[in-house]
Design a protein. Structure first.
Length: 202
């Protein structure tokens, strides 16, 4: 009776197969992480877009701020969104209204730029991005990134009030602003212009 030998895999073949499996696993793991980051950034962009549209609806309705106030000067102050570069938190806020009592040539109350921007204590809603997403960049039509933006919507105004770094009159009435949201290598832009167009730009 003769002995039978079954040929198996060599050590070299096993090492090559194992290397291929490890390589494919690391690629799939990396793609899975990037996919999760992309999903989180997209969800954050939807959060910001929804907040801007909520502020637009509130502002265009003339709703009083603070909520529930009934004095005439509490209406038509506007509502806005304030976003800061490097932060994962942003605010829907109520406008300040005619704080200084200024009027135009016809005696109508006027609201100057310093009364349109976010002021601590005027928060209507505080929103935190999920999963570590932050605002990586705030870019304006006038060029450059400037760290902070306030976007205010008010009934009876033909243009959205877009402010860069506070209420300095020279920093008002930008044509558009782009908020770039980022998590690791994933990023998405949210765009707002002075006509009130708001959209996510992948």
């Amino acid at each position: 009776m003769s002995a039978r030998y079954t040929k198996g895999f060599t050590l070299m073949e096993l090492v090559i197969v194992l290397g291929i499996i490890v390589g494919l696993s690391s690629v799939l793991l990396l793609q899975g992480t990037e996919g999760k980051d992309r999903t989180r950034v997209t969800r954050a962009a939807v959060q910001l877009e929804a907040a801007l549209k909520e502020a637009q609806a509130l502002g265009n309705s003339g709703r009083a701020f603070p909520v529930g106030a009934s004095a005439p000067d509490n209406f038509d102050r506007g509502y806005g969104v304030q976003v800061t570069e490097g932060s994962g938190t942003f605010f829907i806020y109520g406008g300040q209204g005619n704080v200084d009592g200024s009027v135009d040539a016809s005696g109508n109350p006027t609201i100057d730029p310093t009364e349109e921007v976010y002021v601590a204590g005027n928060e209507y809603e505080t929103i935190i991005f999920e999963g570590g997403v932050v605002v990586d960049n705030v870019d304006f039509s006038s060029g450059g990134d400037n760290g902070m933006a306030s976007v205010l919507f008010r009934r009876g105004e033909s243009e959205v009030k877009i402010h860069r770094n506070g209420g300095n009159p020279g920093n008002r009435n930008r044509s558009w602003v782009i908020f770039t949201l980022q998590l690791n290598s994933a990023e998405t832009d949210v765009y707002v212009n002075e006509q009130g167009l708001i959209y996510i730009d992948d």
